[in-house]
Design a protein around this ligand. Sequence first.
Ligand SMILES: NC(=O)c1ccc[n+]([C@@H]2O[C@H](COP(=O)([O-])OP(=O)(O)OC[C@H]3O[C@@H](n4cnc5c(N)ncnc54)[C@H](O)[C@@H]3O)[C@@H](O)[C@H]2O)c1
Length: 348
Amino acid sequence: MKERKLGYAVLGLGIGMAHADAAYTSANADLVAVCDLDQARLQKAGKKYKDVTLYTDFEALLKDPRVDIISICLPSAMHADFAVRAMEAGKHVLVEKPLDITPERAALIEEARARTGMTCGVVHQNRFNANMYPIREAIDSGKLGKLILGTFGVKWYREQSYYDNGGWRGTWEMDGGGSLMNQAVHTVDLMQWLMGDVESVTSTMGIYDHDIKTEDMTASLVKFKSGAAATFVSTTCAYPGISTEIMLYGTGGSIEADADTLKVWKMKNAPDEEAEEAEMLSLYGGGNLEVLSHEPRRLFGHAHVVEDMILAVRDGRDPEVMPAEALKAVKIVCAVYESARTGKTVHF
Ligand SMILES: NC(=O)c1ccc[n+]([C@@H]2O[C@H](COP(=O)([O-])OP(=O)(O)OC[C@H]3O[C@@H](n4cnc5c(N)ncnc54)[C@H](O)[C@@H]3O)[C@@H](O)[C@H]2O)c1
């Protein structure tokens, strides 16, 4: 008998459409259902995907026996509630970032995963950018030496209309913050993944160029348990959107990147420093799209994360980013906000 493919469903059809696209084109799953309260978005998905059931009621989605995996793509403060209910109903879940907007709520997802035994992954897709593999490898192998300093900068731009659209963005209640919790949480995740556990943060924040309640700029001094330090800045005021800087300096050398693109690779102990940098920049200096042109079967972004989730369920293994990992970024973001509010250093 032919084995049934895994049934995939998507809850929330904003960025959820990227999840639906990935599930629809996956060879290892069938996109069987989508769910949203917004009829226009639902009908658009119904037109785009053949044989997909359209739900407005999450409880009805949970009762659909064809659904094995649900991507939770709702406003950030709704993640824990819906992810926990899905796992309790016997569904595996892939949760959009941030895991939720407080460490307490985000921890409920990890608790439900452990209790129900369902598979739960989190979308931190930037870990799988082309340039992250060699950077992580340079750290793990000791090539970069002992880490001394990191500088991280998420210098993005968002028009006021971005915050007005949807109503939940830039609010403490639903977004949990602004430029840091929403846009820069990916880079916070990369910072802790590359540099290790955080010991303390000392931060400032403000609202400079938007009519919102949270922040559109944060600046932090981060100290790590290893003794290393970093600066971390985030903003949605850097017109027209400048860069995502990830810069690491160790006793063995220096690496600088902008988002998925490697910019600087200087290794003290390389047999031929210039030749090694030229080779690394030719491989990883063009970003994901350049690497895709050499390796067309490689996936990045949401396609990679959704496929990893599907294969994790199929093969009974953990997905690449688990809730306990994603919880670390939520804790760091909330510590930055606490430090900025109180004017005091927050220790972990
Ligand atoms: N990984 C990434 O790069 C990335 C990019 C964008 C957004 N996100 C995250 O994805 C999440 C969603 O963001 P978005 O930009 O798609 O938001 P959005 O507002 O565009 O979409 C959310 C959708 O959820 C629907 N919804 C709300 N309550 C519902 C309910 N009870 N039942 C069914 N549907 C419901 C809304 O109608 C809306 O269509 C956020 O947590 C955001 O941080 C991640």
